[in-house]
Design a protein around this ligand. Sequence first.
Ligand SMILES: Nc1nc2c(ncn2[C@@H]2O[C@H](COP(=O)(O)OP(=O)(O)OP(=O)(O)O)[C@@H](O)[C@H]2O)c(=O)[nH]1
Ligand SMILES: [Mg+2]
Length: 196
Amino acid sequence: MWLKNVNYLISCPSKENWPDNSKKELCIVGRSNVGKSTLINKITNNRNMAKVSKTPGLTKYLNFFDVNHQYRLVDSPGYGYAKVSIQSDASFQKMMSEYLYERDCLIGLILVIDAKIGITANDLSLLQIANSVHLPVHIIASKCDKLNQKMKHQLNLQIQEIQNAFDIQNIIYYSSLDHSYEKVVDLIKLLYQEAK
Ligand SMILES: Nc1nc2c(ncn2[C@@H]2O[C@H](COP(=O)(O)OP(=O)(O)OP(=O)(O)O)[C@@H](O)[C@H]2O)c(=O)[nH]1
Ligand SMILES: [Mg+2]
């Protein structure tokens, strides 16, 4: 039901601190405040696993988690909030690009989008990088509790459009307020299994 035996390992501002690359890794990426850290807490059933805040920019570095001594999960700082200095400065860009281009145990990206905002220009830039390094992307549309039928329809259309342009392997409609995290757990387990 949950992702079990998950333990925080290390927070890394640069590649010098990355844990060894002996375990397959999934990274959760997306806009700031979209709910990436909340998602980690939901799927691990531990509200203290990753730090969460109403204020964007709480996650500052790449945070690595061990999963059952077999795999790893990585929480990343969000982008798209100009007010938050780290997300817009050169060190953030460097941290993310060295990770996306150089981390050879990375098996995929879980791109969390805000269902109400949809796919942003920054999300598209990330999808382009993922395409260029042949990294599979799985989309989680978060905060679906805030959507009405019309918004759901619009989001579907937008996702269909980008599916034509990019290799999006899975899409999950999710809210931290219900049981939809179980679909995310199932997906993550499947991706780890497939990568064995
Ligand atoms: N309504 C609603 N709120 C959510 C949901 N998921 C997260 N939130 C709220 O969104 C806010 C931001 O959540 P975080 O998990 O800290 O977001 P983040 O993507 O990790 O943000 P950064 O660390 O800044 O990149 C918090 O106030 C959460 O409670 C959801 O599915 N529905
Ligand atoms: Mg966070």
